[in-house]
Design a binder for this molecule. Structure first.
Ligand SMILES: Cc1cc2nc3c(=O)[nH]c(=O)nc-3n(C[C@H](O)[C@H](O)[C@H](O)COP(=O)(O)OP(=O)(O)OC[C@H]3O[C@@H](n4cnc5c(N)ncnc54)[C@H](O)[C@@H]3O)c2cc1C
Length: 268
């Protein structure tokens, strides 16, 4: 006898109650205690495919900007013997959205499940150009037009709000003449553009997440039938399981595929 708030007698049961993400869409999280009552392990749940709230940063001034960028961070994990560190690098390129609380957009969603408080996010605002490309381009531009201002040139490759943030961070004036920029100032500015660093405070919570990481341990479910290995006749499908994918339809695909598998095997 399992208490799920309603009286139900059945030989077979498919639990497809989803996860905890976006409760406005009906997520209750009630499938987890049900699974636990049948002896299942619930891998810790956390929001995934969500935005990142960052520490207050000058970049917040560029809220509203969407721009192509490469973002990455590294997590170091210490081996059990305490001797060696293995660094995992997570990197995504796509449309970055800058907000007044932090960063969002598909590349951020895709790395959000691995980011935690204190994670140092690196942003490359000009992923298609190397530092050398820009140094050469700026040298030619200032030769051709000695009166051209740095800000005008930067606006040619960046959103104007990003230009403003970078110049403020580098303490360089918008109307500084490109040809009068010292090499160390140029390199400092380009370092900011290629490797802007921002610290995560926390991922946005379940209210804003598209999917739940964690859930019913897949080790306790037969992946060919979706039947529980703990309780014959009990099946699981979809996001309630400890499976989550990056953006691209993988979560819906998983829900449909496991739902169809569970349904077919239920009636056999
Ligand atoms: C805003 C948003 C955008 C998304 N975009 C994408 C996308 O582009 N691509 C992609 O692959 N995935 C996307 N997802 C994720 C995807 O929608 C889910 O992973 C997928 O719908 C999970 O399917 P599911 O059937 O397991 O759970 P759900 O779709 O959550 O369905 C679970 C159902 O169970 C019901 N339920 C819960 N508790 C109970 C209870 N106690 N009794 C009865 N019923 C209950 C719920 O009301 C709900 O109807 C998105 C999610 C959100 C929130």
């Amino acid at each position: 006898m399992v208490d799920i708030g309603i009286e139900l007698q059945c030989d077979k049961l498919i639990v497809a109650t989803g996860g905890m993400a976006a409760p406005k869409t009906g997520s209750t999280g009630l499938g987890y205690p049900l699974a636990e009552q049948f002896g299942h392990t619930i891998v810790e749940t956390k929001p995934a495919l969500t935005a990142l709230i960052t520490e207050k940063d000058l970049l917040n001034k560029a809220a509203g900007v969407r721009t192509t960028a490469n973002i990455w961070f590294e997590n170091s994990t210490r081996e059990k013997d305490g001797n060696s560190n293995e660094a995992n690098k997570y990197s995504e390129t796509g449309e970055l959205q800058i907000t007044d609380y932090g960063i969002s957009g598909i590349p951020v969603f895709n790395i959000s499940r691995m980011a935690t408080k204190g994670t140092l996010i690196h942003i490359d605002f000009i992923p298609d150009y190397s530092i050398n490309d820009i140094v050469e381009y700026w040298a030619k531009t200032s030769d051709y037009n000695p009166k051209i201002q740095l800000g005008t040139v930067m606006d040619g490759i960046l959103n104007t709000k990003i230009t403003a943030v970078m110049l403020e961070k580098a303490c360089i004036k918008y109307n500084c003449l490109l040809g009068e920029l010292h090499l160390d100032e140029t390199l400092n500015l380009l370092k900011l553009l290629k490797n802007y660093q921002i610290v995560v405070n926390k991922p946005r919570g379940f209210d804003f997440a598209q999917v739940t990481a964690g859930g019913v341990s897949t080790e306790e479910v037969n992946s060919l039938t979706m039947e529980s290995k703990k309780q014959p006749g009990l099946y699981f499908a979809g996001e309630i399981l400890d499976v989550d994918g990056i953006c691209g339809g993988y979560n819906l695909q998983f829900a449909w595929a496991t739902g169809a598998t569970a349904g077919r095997n239920c009636v056999e």
